[in-house]
Design a protein around this ligand. Sequence first.
Ligand code: HMG
Ligand code: MG
Length: 306
Amino acid sequence: MTLPNRAKLVDVGPRDGLQNEKQAVPAEVKIGLVHRLQEAGLKEIEVTSFVSPKWVPQMADNAEVMHGIERRAGVRYSVLTPNMKGFEAAIAAPREEWPDEIVVFGAASEAFSQKNINCSIAESIERFRPVAEAAREKGIFVRGAMSCTVGCPYEGEIAPERVGMLAKLMKGIGVQHVGVADTIGVGTPVKVRRALEATLAHYAVDEVSGHYHDTYGQALSNTLASLEMGIWQFDTSVGGLGGCPFAKGATGNVATEDVVYMLQGMGIETGIDLDLLIDAGVYINQALGREPNSRVSKAIRTKRAN
Ligand code: HMG
Ligand code: MG
């Protein structure tokens, strides 16, 4: 078995991590989080989403956050844009404040597509098509998130064929990279592997990432199973923040700290400074009045204190 010798982590904490928080997090705190993540060595950060403020009030300050971040060379800044309205809002700012990458987000489950973005899978693809076209024309990279690739809170288990169908549709409209998401964290290694295999029928291994929520504590195992297939890109969330407001019962993404610790222990290069990352997780959790939801963070902070 050959494992990748490096991995890229996309910290989705400022977006996936905060979108589900009931308390309003000030834009300056979100900006402070992005700054701490890039200081820790993250090479891609999912900053915010250009969605309806009625649906996700926490992301209403999207333009303010994009305006406030001080960019660092070599870091990619991505945002979610579900339709042309969102894409146009994301590029309404001066060129230097545009995202480097936009994310269209669909689902392998019809019911979840309706709950999350208020349209069917087929309709969502028609909404994404002009977004992908306009973004590529402007030199902005296009990623696709594929939700509920293992299980759906409304439909139950999802067959890998449906994941393959969605990946094919994404490919057909020019989406350059897809993330295989276990939105509600019900996946176990064999099931996640099947969802990845279905995706790999349409995308190369370098164009696929894993996005695993940790509701059932399986995300690290699923990450390892993915690495064994050659997948080397993962979305993770500092302090284990996260969850989708439209996915009942879903909790946070796998903690970036936990994944970095595992990868470091396996000799897989991430370029991330674990101590600075732990500080970033403490920073945002203090703002939320909580402890980071990361075993590694807890263990290392306990060790630091003694
Ligand atoms: P809709 O109601 O079907 O849209 O919503 P519409 O085109 O009919 O417009 C209705 C209203 O929304 C109008 O305003 C539009 O202007 C406005 P009104 O006239 O009523 O005042 N509107 C917008 N406003 C701001 N930005 C926009 C936008 N589009 C329309 N882009 C829509 C469709 C997608 C907008 C809505 O359903 C929505 O915002 N949903 C939120 C979805 C979301 O953010 N979900 C969480 C992120 S996805 C996720 O977490 C999963 C992921 O992590 C992977 C995983 O774990 O599975 C990525
Ligand atoms: Mg998610």
